[in-house]
Structure formats: C-alpha cells, structure tokens
Write a protein that binds this ligand. Sequence first.
Ligand code: AMP
Length: 127
Amino acid sequence: MAYSYDTENIFAKILRGEIPNNTVMESEHALAFRDINPQAPDHVLVIPKGPYVCYDHFALEASEAEIVDFTRMIGAVARELGVQPGERGAGYRLLSNAGEDGVQEVPHLHVHLVAGRRLGRMLSPAS
Ligand code: AMP
C-alpha cells in the first residue's frame, strides 16, 4: 500500500515554520522538539524532515542519509538530555505510534523520547 501524506498535519506546519516549537536539536534531515503535553520531565519528539507517515513508510522510502541522520539524532538527544544509561543518566524510553491500533494522532513519523522519571510497565490496558 502506498501512503498518502497529509501536508496539513501539525508537524508539517512546524517544519514549514508556520507554528512555533521548542527545538532541542536540528540537522539537515531531522528535527527534535519538546512535546507540548509532556508525559515525563523530559519528553522530546524526533521527526524526519521528509514526508513520511510512520516508521515502516520511512524504512521503505527514506534515503540512507535520512535514516542515518534521524537515527543518530535520537541518540544525540538522549546524550544532550544526559539520560543515557550509565554513569550520567538513568535511562529513557523510545516509542513510535503508527496507525489506528498504535493510536497515532499526528500522521508524520515521530519517535517519542521519554525520560526523567521511572516509567513503569511498557503498556497499560487499552482505554
Ligand atoms: P502520537 O499519539 O504518537 O501521534 O503523539 C503525538 C504527540 O504530539 C502527542 O504527544 C502531542 O502532545 C504532541 N503534539 C501535538 N501537537 C504538538 C505541538 N504543536 N508541539 C509539540 N508537540 C505536539
């Protein structure tokens, strides 16, 4: 199935500079910014700049340069926040929702990096 990308989604508007964001980091192919409704003391969204709906779409169609840049930015954000496990930080969780069952609200690929408190079990019962 070919994905169709909604150019009016809120992250597309952020990328076009039409609405503000709290940027943590930016590179040629990716942007990291703070979630507007944080679920933990640190909650950052990392997105590719290209028009990809979700992770499998990105994995299929993104260039190697985009994939490398996006992947490295996720690690760089963890280090920037000082949450990488070990001597400095206490760890973090990565999460990327896709589609209906994944309860994806914004149809532009994003990875949530959540940290700063003990996060508990990975999944809770559906509500
Ligand atoms: P998801 O359910 O994985 O699609 O999550 C979308 C996330 O985007 C939610 O955690 C929202 O709080 C977040 N969000 C929505 N609008 C904005 C915005 N303008 N700036 C930052 N984060 C946003």
